[in-house]
Design a protein around this ligand. Structure first.
Ligand code: HEM
Length: 188
């Protein structure tokens, strides 16, 4: 994945646990003391190794770290030069979620080797929607949970996110039932 992602992992760890924790995680992941270049593509194993090292150093589950990273990513991209891109992707949570593929298509203009996930919406109602996630990469469902919650708070919303596996009649994939808990009476 692009260095931008690994830089954000470093940002999250150093902000929440300090630079010493980052140094221990980086060392455990077998990385030299060098900064990631945002626009350079790194092997996915770099990111996976960082997450694995963080679980061991911090005593947290991979899902806890990935979910926290999802929330952090929404804030990080907003201040790292992608705020306008985020703004243009939608002015409500459901609109934004339905534009995720177009948003990554625009990201790909700047990051040509991008291998973005694909998303699809189903069952969109006043009470919530289901977000379907198709990825080349395994094990990142909790990242999407954090991303959705981060996006919700960007729009001043609160959501309940329930992941599940699905895929009858199509390729098996992770999906997320998203309920708008800030609308009175919408939670079932
Ligand atoms: C403007 C903001 C954003 C930028 C610049 C951005 C960019 C990226 C980049 C560089 C990657 C790594 C993929 C690669 O290097 O091949 C990535 C992956 C990913 N992005 Fe975004 N992204 C943004 C916003 C979002 C949002 C709001 C979501 C919400 C669902 C999202 C969902 C994901 C997921 C789940 C992945 C993991 C890769 C996978 O499943 O294969 N991104 N994005």
């Amino acid at each position: 994945m692009y260095g931008l992602i690994n830089r954000a992992v470093k940002g999250l760890v150093t902000e929440q646990f300090g630079i010493e924790a980052w140094d221990r995680i980086r060392t455990r992941a077998g990385l030299e003391d060098e900064d990631f270049i945002s626009m350079e593509s790194y092997d996915d194993s770099v990111t996976y190794d960082l997450v694995a090292a963080a679980t061991e150093e911090l005593g947290l589950s991979a899902d806890t770290i990935l979910e926290a990273f999802g929330g952090y990513w929404v804030e990080y991209t907003a201040v790292e030069g992608y705020g306008a891109l985020l703004d243009s992707a939608g002015s409500t949570l459901p609109e934004f979620l339905s534009n995720l593929d177009q948003m990554h298509a625009r990201v790909k203009l700047a990051f040509p080797d991008l291998k973005p996930p694909r998303f699809r919406i189903s069952e969109s109602t006043e009470a919530g929607l289901t977000l379907h996630y198709f990825s080349h990469r395994p094990g990142l469902a909790a990242l999407v949970t954090g991303l959705v919650k981060g996006l919700a708070s960007r729009f001043g919303r609160e959501v309940k996110v329930t992941p599940f596996r699905t895929g009858e009649g199509e390729e098996a994939h992770d999906a997320f039932k998203i309920i708008y808990v800030d609308i009175a009476g919408s939670e079932v």
